[in-house]
Write a protein that binds this ligand. Structure first.
Ligand SMILES: [Zn+2]
Length: 445
């Protein structure tokens, strides 16, 4: 199927839904015709009532291979991505062993990904105190940016960095024009003692909002001083939004994302003893999360990433219920679209405003906006076909992540992915995964 047509009344083109026919040829969108346009001899895939849109780009995923493949791995992660309508993802440098902090480790990771990529996959490099001399070579080896932590990452081989490390690395980032991605929590040791490790409020209080705002102030200071690209990953504290907004008025170098779980769940409804909900920064109170959603509606977030970060049930401490011993990370890669569509529906937020945050906007951040993130002539045929009205009940059978443990289990969401195309290959048909290894390993040029 090298050349074919896709038709729908709801093709997401130039920011709105239009009746159109896409002509796919050799993995690219060769032409787009308005309305229904049959061409003799070419197969027409008629998806008339479904949304046809550019494939989702998830710029924040932890796959954990090599080294911790028992936590997830390229095969299961990219299959789950495909079933969730994601056609491109960028993988984080920690949780794999070795961590991606040298060119050698990056080569090992690329090797591990061979023949296992069912969607397109790129990578970030990592910044730790001991790899400053390696950073320039790493940035020139094809990674999409450099990720660092202000606080313990949860992985001992990936220690946090300080302001001094950032000052040392900023000129190199400036030179290569790649973004610095920062996990913004700064431990000032001003937190209460923990009496009950199974208590969610104890966990929430142990990672307060001011940890985020302190770290974000530092991130913004570095951004302004060196005029580099700084990206705040997974914002959870709404109290930081005002400062970010003010900073953005004088600089285009700062960007910020949030994640579906910070918008969908609220601390008040998280039961004690259920570390399936544990992530860092934590899921906060409803009032905070409503402010995050408002900010999303107001265009204050540059894009959304899943921050999919799974672990085996025993490492998630599902039996003990101990929030403090459990791995912090939410497993939800496959359900980002449905979660956000459900929230958009509930809040009467138009999906034509939501979709760019998952397609064209992350493409711009990654510098792949000339090939991906839009339905446009000459672009890669990465296409997601879905039904925004259909509900899905999340059960174990449908979850393609390596582990079925996810806080979305048992929920009913709106938005069913029907077909997914990667580089012109149909890899999901009628919500079933049908074709392997059609993804490309993406290197930043
Ligand atoms: Zn992450």
């Amino acid at each position: 199927m090298k050349e074919y047509l896709i038709y729908s009344k709801f093709c997401f083109i130039e920011g709105s839904f239009k009746e159109a026919t896409l002509h796919i040829e050799d993995g690219q969108i060769a032409s787009i015709y308005s309305g229904l346009n049959e061409i003799n001899g070419l197969r027409l895939l008629n998806y008339s009532e479904f949304i046809v849109m550019p494939g989702i780009i998830d710029p924040h995923v932890h796959i954990n291979e090599p080294g911790r493949t028992s936590w997830e791995g390229f095969d299961t992660a990219t299959k789950a991505a495909a079933l969730g309508g994601i056609t491109t993802l960028i993988e984080m440098p920690l949780n794999s062993d070795p961590v991606t902090t040298t060119v050698e480790a990056f080569d090992i990771k690329k090797e591990a990904a061979q023949n296992k990529l069912h969607v397109n996959c790129g990578f970030y490099g990592g910044l730790i105190p001991s790899n400053l001399s390696e950073v320039e070579a790493l940035l020139r080896s094809g990674v999409f940016g450099l990720k660092g932590f202000f606080t313990h990452s949860g992985i001992d081989e990936f220690p946090n960095i300080t302001k001094a490390h950032l000052e040392a690395v900023a000129p190199i980032l400036k030179h290569t024009n790649l973004p610095l991605l920062l996990h913004c929590e700064l431990d000032d040791h001003q937190v209460p003692d923990v009496n009950d490790p199974r208590s969610y409020s104890a966990y929430l209080n142990s990672r307060p909002k001011h940890w985020e705002t302190l770290a974000i102030e530092l991130a913004m200071e570095i951004q302004a001083t060196y005029n580099i690209k700084v990206h705040i990953v997974h914002l959870s504290a709404a109290s930081a939004l005002e400062g970010i907004k003010r900073h953005k008025q004088s600089s285009t170098g700062l960007s910020v994302e949030t994640c579906p779980h910070y918008l969908f769940f609220n601390a008040e409804s998280i039961p004690d003893g259920s570390p399936i909900y544990k992530c860092a920064p934590p899921i906060r109170e409803k009032q905070n999360n409503d402010q995050l959603w408002k900010a999303l509606e107001n265009g204050e977030f540059d894009f959304i990433g899943s921050d999919h970060s799974p672990a085996p049930p025993v490492i998630k401490q599902l039996e003990s219920g101990d929030f403090f011993k459990a791995w912090g990370g939410i497993s939800g890669l496959q359900f980002s679209l449905a979660v956000l569509n459900t929230l958009a529906k509930k809040n009467d937020f138009p999906i034509d405003k939501l979709l760019p945050l998952m397609t064209s906007r992350p493409a711009q951040f990654l510098g792949i906006e000339h090939k991906k993130g839009l339905l446009k002539q000459g672009y890669d045929a990465d296409i997601t076909v879905w039904d925004a009205q259909q509900s899905i009940a999340i059960n174990e059978d449908m979850i393609a992540h390596r582990h079925k443990a996810t806080p979305y289990l048992g929920r009913t969401l709106f938005g069913k992915v029907i077909h997914t195309f990667v580089n012109g290959h149909q890899i999901v048909e009628n919500s079933e995964f049908i074709k392997r290894s059609k993804g490309t390993l993406l290197l930043k040029k």
